[in-house]
Design a protein around this ligand. Structure first.
Ligand code: FAD
Length: 504
């Protein structure tokens, strides 16, 4: 007996990956319901408000808001549902504060960045130019083609015939890693360590384990489309997508935690619907999970054997650490007006990948003052931390450990912002446990990292799963972490599902 369908497609989760999938499908005429366990949309790209401060939950350095090419996927995702965002251009992507007083600013202006890096490493000027220019080559191939599902053969054929050189170029880079390209041109150990950090700060692995395609995208788009902060905070992106989804006829339900994906293997079908924590059951032709693949297969399908494809991926990739995060409200005098919005601090190269080694800082109020009360800034600082550090503690031990870790983090930041502690007005401390609880992510992980040296991007799973009619989208799916990357995953997933529904 066939069930009455609640929608053609159910999307579990309203992270940016889930929302881009949903809006793409709604724009193509599919009926879509998004089920979000939390009270607002966005997941790691969401926000929360305290004492007049509006904090970004996670992401603050935003790619994908350019106005040309094909890689401006946030601009395009919004436009697909007739939405647009006002953004503020960031003149510097990151100000690095690294060992041996290595102070480098990555300017939006490519030539200025290359010159200043060359001034610091004059013997490597040529190698620097060649490395970053090769990244441009990868980017130019990507930016020449429409970015949709690599699992849909009609799209592959079309894009290949439209632009064979770009496709062949990309295919050649698919199995490569950024570190191997860097080592072709650069010998200086400190400069290679800098390039490791350039990769680590978004891939959480050094260059030799970072796919060349992702590096090409990040190292070039920051100078092409640029880094642009959404006016009103990062949470506005999800809010606008939800508004667009609604206008396109889709629906989102909050406080709707999916506990199980219902499958009907015996009838030859796979996913047929979902069960919610309140006992409700919803049926659809297709189910898309924006929960991580570990959560999708470990929790939502826990009664099913783990498919071989997923087992293989879980062997090749492991969960990255989560973060210890401080969301601070500070008097404006703590931050010089000329400071960059994003900083990275590391005192010893040996600590780059260690627990609470590298520190990340974002101060979005330098670009958008409306996020804090008059005369104040928000400072989001975070550092990688493993769940194992925070488990097995009593409530008081946990609180105590949080406070000590927060003090240590603030103390280290005094090198960049000497008045930070004395200007403190508000503090919220998050741990891997907070990331797991509020974002519903296994061990609070930031996403997948290769267990060994990967074959570039070839080991990452695409949207299709081995369970018929079940798809995955988001940062544990090709091409990985970051808002623009999960938007790519959303475009690909929306396109693939639409093609199976006969909508493209
Ligand atoms: C501290 C931090 C800083 C970051 N900084 C940047 C940055 O500067 N720039 C950048 O581009 N990226 C950054 N990122 C990464 C980026 O935020 C993520 O890669 C991206 O937002 C992940 O999107 P997603 O769609 O995969 O999933 P998520 O954001 O994880 O969203 C998944 C959604 O699904 C919901 N959900 C999960 N399970 C269920 C269920 N069972 N039922 C219903 N709903 C469910 C969750 O509540 C959540 O809303 C950062 C991440 C963190 C944590």
């Amino acid at each position: 007996m066939s069930q009455i369908l609640d929608a053609e497609v159910i999307v579990i989760g309203s992270g940016l990956g889930g929302l881009v999938t949903a809006t793409q499908l709604a724009a193509k005429g599919a009926s879509v319901i998004v089920l979000e366990r939390y009270l607002i949309p966005g997941g790691s790209g969401g926000y929360f408000e305290r004492n007049g401060y509006r904090f970004d939950v996670g992401a603050s350095m935003i790619f994908g808001f350019g106005d040309r090419g094909t890689t401006n996927l946030l601009t395009r995702a919004l436009a697909a549902v007739n939405m647009k965002m006002e953004t503020i251009a960031d003149p510097v992507q990151i100000h690095y504060h690294l060992p041996n007083k290595l102070e480098i600013e990555v300017h939006r202006d490519y030539e200025k960045f290359i010159k200043e890096l060359g001034d610091r490493f004059p013997h490597e000027r040529e190698g620097i130019r060649k490395f970053y220019d090769e990244c441009w080559h990868i980017f130019n191939c990507l930016n020449a083609i429409e970015l949709l599902s690599l699992e849909e053969w009609r799209y592959l054929m079309r894009v290949f015939f439209q632009n064979p050189l770009a496709c062949l170029g990309l295919a050649a880079y698919l199995p490569q890693n950024a570190g191997d390209i860097a080592k072709k041109y650069i010998r200086d150990r400190e400069l290679l360590q800098f390039i490791d950090m350039e990769c680590y700060c978004w891939s959480v692995v050094p260059a030799e384990r970072t796919p060349a395609i992702n590096a090409g995208m990040v190292f070039s788009d920051r100078h092409y489309g640029g880094i642009n902060y959404p006016k009103g905070g990062v949470g506005k992106i999800a809010e606008k997508l939800v508004e667009g989804l609604d206008k396109a006829g889709g629906e989102i339900r909050y406080g709707a935690r999916v506990t199980q994906i219902i499958t009907k293997a015996k009838s030859g079908r796979g996913a047929i619907g979902v069960k919610l924590a309140n006992g409700d059951i919803l049926y659809a032709k297709k189910v898309v999970s924006n929960a991580t693949r570990w959560d999708t297969f470990g929790n939502l399908l826990k009664d099913e054997p783990l498919p071989n494809g997923e087992r293989g991926w879980q062997d090749r990739y492991q969960k990255s650490p989560s973060f210890l995060s401080l969301h601070l409200g500070v008097a404006a005098s703590a931050i010089p007006d000329a400071a960059a919005c994003h900083h990275i601090l590391l005192e010893d190269w040996d600590d780059m990948q260690k627990e609470q080694g590298t520190i990340f800082v974002s101060i979005p109020t330098l670009l958008d003052r409306s996020l804090a009360p008059e005369g104040h800034h928000i400072v989001h600082t975070f550092t990688p931390s493993w769940m194992s550090e925070w488990e097995g503690l009593s409530a008081s031990e946990y609180e105590q450990k949080k406070i000590i870790a927060a003090e240590k983090l603030c103390d280290r930041l005094l090198v960049i912002f000497p008045k930070l502690e004395e200007c403190l007005d508000y503090q919220e401390i998050g741990t891997p446990r907070s990331h797991r609880r509020f974002l519903g992510r296994a061990d609070g992980t930031y996403g997948p990292i290769p267990a060994g040296k990967p074959w570039g991007l070839l080991g990452m799973p695409f949207n299709r799963t081995s369970i018929p009619d079940l798809y995955c989208v988001g940062d544990s799916t090709f091409p990985g972490q970051g808002l623009n990357a999960v938007a790519f995953s959303g475009f690909a997933c929306g396109h693939l599902v639409a093609s199976t529904l006969g909508l493209v």
